[in-house]
Write a protein that binds this ligand. Structure first.
Ligand code: CA
Length: 235
């Protein structure tokens, strides 16, 4: 019997909710819906969905609060789908524990692609398992050798500083996902480190100069303006 992934759609706008349900159902997902935060909280606990699509503007509580509640006991993937398009809103959601963030209005293909990425990450058979098994990550012509701490592009070794390597290695373990500036800084320099996005930007400019054919149009590491960085998915 085919096991289908179960997705909980948390959305109080009936029109948007119906569109999402239609898109998900035709793509063979099992779908549950909740129109309020409290209902979502209950369904998350009783049905343990494989993934949650979460609107932030809910009638009874803020979606951010729901993310924090769920993160108190579960690492289930949460993809925010919100009309809030400010950088600060994306950062807040990602730092609260959301896996990804989509701004309304969204395209069906984008929604499905983000869902696939989040589900893949939730399964340990994803990128980390691949790295653990082979010690390497390949994204197009970029190769990171985690055992030797070496990076090559199209077979040519690239010389990175220790910090540049750490940043690239971290992004490589999270391909397809946005890592916020803060998340990267905390991971690299320890919790409580004063956030200094400027240092990160300088490092990223140097990394791009070394690995990208055209640093202005990167193909390996993308900037989510004002939010963070995302490494391209494995190909
Ligand atoms: Ca809403």
């Amino acid at each position: 019997m085919e096991v289908r992934d179960k997705i909980l759609v948390v959305e109080d706008d009936a029109g948007i909710c119906n569109v999402m349900v239609a898109v998900l159902s035709t793509n063979r997902y099992e779908v549950l819906t909740a129109a309020s935060g409290r209902q979502a909280d209950t369904l998350v606990r009783s049905h343990c969905p494989d993934l949650v699509l979460l609107d932030l503007g809910l009638p009874d509580l803020d979606g951010l609060e729901l993310i924090r509640r769920v993160r108190g006991w579960s690492g289930m993937p949460i993809v925010v789908v919100s009309a809030r398009s400010q950088e600060a809103d994306k950062v807040a959601a990602l730092d609260a524990g959301a896996d990804d963030y989509i701004v309304k209005p969204f395209g069906a293909e984008e929604l499905l692609a983000r869902i696939r990425t989040a589900l893949r990450h939730a399964r340990s058979a994803g990128v980390s398992a691949e790295i653990a098994r082979t010690g390497r990550l390949r994204v197009g012509g970029l190769e990171i050798d985690y055992d030797k701490r070496q990076v090559a592009v199209d077979g040519q070794p690239v010389h990175l500083t220790p910090n540049e390597y750490k940043i690239l290695a971290l992004l490589g373990k999270n391909t397809g996902r946005v890592l916020t500036y803060d998340a990267i800084i905390q991971e690299l320099w320890g919790p409580g480190t004063q956030s200094d996005n400027q240092i990160l930007r300088v490092n990223m400019a140097n990394i791009r100069r070394k690995i990208e054919k055209n640093p202005a149009e990167p193909q390996y590491v993308f900037t989510e303006a004002g939010v963070g960085y995302r490494m391209a998915e494995e190909k």
